[in-house]
Structures are given as C-alpha cells and as structure tokens.
Write a protein that binds this ligand. Structure first.
Ligand code: GTP
Ligand code: MG
Length: 455
C-alpha cells in the first residue's frame, strides 16, 4: 500500500454544474483550514472555525471584495471524508459564485482535484476499501432503486464482507493442502484431496453466482424488454398500455411501426427499457426491410421477449416460427382476447413451453398479470447477498473461479495435492484485488478515472 501525497491540497466544485440551489466548493489537505480562513469571513465571531460547525458569512477575494454570500464548514482530520482537513464552502447555485471561490482557493495554494480524487484519498488514507470507493461512484450513477440499494449495500461493505468470507474459506482449503504436503504422515492424502475438491467446488459455485453478468447488467443498466410479432397484432398498442401513454403510433394499417422505439419503464424498483419494433413480414419496401431486420436484432439481445399474437386470427407462418423459437426469455401474449377468439392458449401449449398470457391491450384485460410476470423476470432479489455489480469485481471473481477450477481438475486428475496450491494462491490474489489490498497503482488510477471531479 502506498500513501497519497498528503502535503498537497486539492479543491473542486463538488456539485453538478448548471442551475441549482447551492454549489459546493470542497477543499481537502493540509492547507484546507488556512485557505478557508483567508477566503471566508464568518458573520459571527464566536463560531469561529469550530470543527463540523456550519457557519454563515462571506467569501472574499484577495482585495476583500465579496465573491458570494456563503455557508462554510471546516471538518478537521481525521473526522472527514478524506481523513484530511476538509473545508466546504456552500455558495449560491449557478456556478458563478462557486467558480470565483474555487479560483480563490487555487490562488491560495490548492490545486485542482482530478476525477474522484477526494474518494481516492479516502481509499489511500485507509478509510474505505476499493470496492466501497467504487460503490460511491455506482450510487451516483444508479438507475432505479434496485441499483441504488445494491450500491448502498456495497458501500456498507457487502462486497468486502463477501470477499472476506470467500477468501477465508479458500485460505482454509489452502491450509489443508499445505498440511498434507508438510506433514504427509499425519494427513491422509486421498481423504484430504476429496475434501479439498468438494469445498473448492462449493466456492466456485458461489463465485460464479455472484459474478452472474446478466444479473449485474440488469442491476446496472436495467433489463431490456422487446416486443416482437407480425404486423398489426397490437405491439404498439401493448407498448402504450404498459407505459400508460400514447407513445407509439397505432393504426389498423399493417406495417405502421418502422423503427425500434425505446422507452423507460420501472418495474418493482428496477429500471427496464421496453422497445416496440416493426412487425415481422417479408417485404419489398427497403425501409420496412431495415425495420424488420432491426426488430430481429433487438429481440435477440433482449432479456425478455414479448411475443405478441392476434387471438382473433389464425396462426400464420411467421407467428408459428416465433412461437416455435420461443426460449426461456419469451412471454407469449395472446392479444385482442376481447374479440371472438380464433386462437387460444391450449392450441399454443402443444407448440411451446413458454409462458402464455391472454391479454387485451385495448381493454386492459390481463395487463396487471403481465406486469407482475414482467416484474418477476426483471427484478430478482437485489437484497440477496453476494451479487457483484461492478465489471471489475465480476472479472476478478471469474478469474478466481477459473484458478480454483484448475486446482480441482488437477486434484481430480490424480495429481499430488500440492500442485493445486499455486492455483489456490492465485485465486486468493484475484479476490484481494477486489477490495484493493494488492491493487497496483495502475488499477487504482483506472478505478478513479471514471469518477466525476469533486467526488
Ligand atoms: N380489439 C382489439 N384491437 C386491438 C388490440 N390491440 C391492438 N388493436 C388494434 O389492432 C390494430 C393494430 O395495432 P398496432 O398496435 O398498431 O399493431 P402493431 O403490432 O404495432 O402493428 P405494426 O406496427 O404494423 O407492426 C389497431 O387498429 C389497434 O387498435 C386489442 O387488444 N383488442
Ligand atoms: Mg406498431
């Protein structure tokens, strides 16, 4: 672990740019207190720079002229975000006042902070581990409550605790491996090998589950739901009904929708994207052709595919193809079930194992059941421990699992137990990179480069 350059003092505007109630200038480092005392004049003398005491007063320039009317607070080390002396000056929003205050802080000896540099200091000074620092950034960018909850859990140390648990178990296995090589007379190698392989398999399972990329992506970015079906079955009508707004154009002319139309939808606290697409049919129209092609690609990449059929019409070839190719992502929506039925669920059941729901986009029949089903599919128990969210963590968990798999196959292949030790150590190494214990400067720089300035 190396230390930050604590002699230098950094400053930045910590709030988002643009109009807003307040804009905060944050200063951290040895000179923070000194800088605050020079640029801030409190209205009341008696509350003069007590730590963690919000003060009212004026921010002034070199000539003593007022830059802004502000509130200011000094947080003395180590009780601060960075563990250093931190000063915050709360200016009127809009950026002009904060800009002037920041310039003054720079004149007084601070330097402009890089992206995430305050949080980086919190990490380098040992207040938080790397996974918690990353949680701060995820929380800022969180889409929907589930992502926010997952970030908060990570901020509270969920990832650190998970990594610690897995590492301890793996270390236990390593100890057994080492004992069997160091004291061959006392440890029965065959029995030990069996136990090592079993325990490692359990750990591998756990790592793989926590590194499920699809669940992580759904948490980070939201699930994608795509409507598919032939023209005129009511895809756009269903999109509008689910969104509760007249978003897509609906007409009785087949081929109305030409392009992919995407909107946001929140289902059980998870943000999802729903896309309406062009009805699939063979066509000579070059524009429609492109639309149909895009529809196919959108459905291929989706987390959930809503296959829409017209219950008042017999199944045609393109319907049948969609139904036959329905996989576990599909929900078959038998739309227009308010009309005299020609097609029913029983007929379809023999063709597919996919979930079939009778609905009407027009009357709203069956829609709440469909929404429940969608919610169930896009939201999983985000409270469940151990789901990693950040790409970096997932890659490391996967690399650790691969190392352990090599260890298991060496043991199962009858190789001496100590050959597995190298792979087990490697897995432990990868795990410790998640919390940053062994992170190199390059890794740390990469993590913080994605942060915003001022955080
Ligand atoms: N009775 C009834 N009519 C419906 C229902 N859903 C849609 N329609 C009608 O079916 C026609 C086609 O609806 P759209 O939503 O435009 O169909 P689409 O699948 O988007 O069609 P394309 O964009 O051409 O692929 C319109 O006249 C709708 O009013 C329904 O549940 N019941
Ligand atoms: Mg349409």
């Amino acid at each position: 672990m190396f230390k930050g350059n604590s002699c230098d003092t950094i400053a930045a505007i910590a709030t988002a740019s643009g109009a807003g109630g307040i804009a905060i200038v944050r200063v951290s480092g040895e000179k923070a207190q000194d800088i605050l005392k020079q640029l801030f004049i409190p209205a009341k003398r008696r509350e003069y720079f007590e730590s963690h005491q919000l003060m009212y007063g004026r921010a002034v320039g070199a000539d003593g002229a007022m830059l802004d009317e502000v509130m200011a607070v000094l947080m003395r080390a180590p009780a601060s975000y960075t563990l250093e002396d931190v000063a915050e000056i709360h200016c009127h929003g809009g950026g002009a006042g904060a800009g002037a205050v920041l310039s003054r802080a720079l004149e007084l000896g601070a330097r402009m902070a890089g992206p995430g540099e305050f949080t980086k200091r919190a990490f380098l000074n040992g207040r938080i581990d790397l996974s918690r620092a990353e949680a701060v950034m995820q929380l800022i960018g969180a889409q929907g409550q589930a992502a926010a909850r997952a970030s908060v859990r990570q901020l509270e140390g969920g990832v650190s605790a998970f990594v610690k648990g897995v590492s301890e178990e793996t270390t236990g296995v390593l100890a057994l491996v080492e004992a069997s090589t160091d004291f061959p007379d006392e440890v029965e190698e065959e029995a030990a090998a069996g136990e090592v392989a079993r325990t490692l398999s359990g750990i591998i399972e756990l790592l793989k589950r926590s590194g499920d990329e699809r669940r992580a992506r759904v948490l980070r970015e939201g699930a994608s739901i795509v409507l598919a079906g032939r023209p005129n079955v009511g895809k756009s009508s269903l999109m509008n009904a689910l969104l509760n707004q007249e978003r897509a154009i609906v007409t009785d002319i087949p081929g109305t929708t030409r392009d992919v139309l995407t909107e946001r939808l929140t289902l059980g606290g998870v943000v999802a994207e729903i896309s309406d697409t062009a009805g699939r049919r063979a066509t000579e129209d070059p524009i429609e052709k492109i639309g149909v092609d895009r529809a196919r690609r959108a459905a291929e990449a989706a987390d959930v595919v809503l296959i829409v059929l017209d219950a008042a019409e017999a199944l045609d070839e393109s319907d049948a193809e969609l139904v036959k190719n329905a996989d576990e992502r599909a929900i078959i929506c038998l739309n227009k079930s308010d009309l005299q039925p020609v097609l029913n669920a029983q007929q379809l059941e023999s063709m597919t194992g996919a979930k079939i729901m009778e609905i009407s986009a027009q009357t709203g029949q069956g829609l709440s059941e469909l929404i429940d089903e969608l919610t169930r599919r896009v939201s999983f128990d985000a409270e469940e421990g151990g789901q990693l969210m950040a790409r970096r963590h997932i890659e490391l968990a996967r690399a650790a699992a691969e190392s352990l798999e090599r260890a298991v196959s060496a043991i199962r292949g009858g190789l001496p137990l100590d050959t597995a030790a190298i792979d087990i150590r490697e897995a432990l190494e990868r795990l410790s990179e998640i919390t940053g214990e062994n992170a190199t400067e390059a890794v740390i720089d990469r993590v913080f480069a994605d942060f915003c300035v001022g955080k």
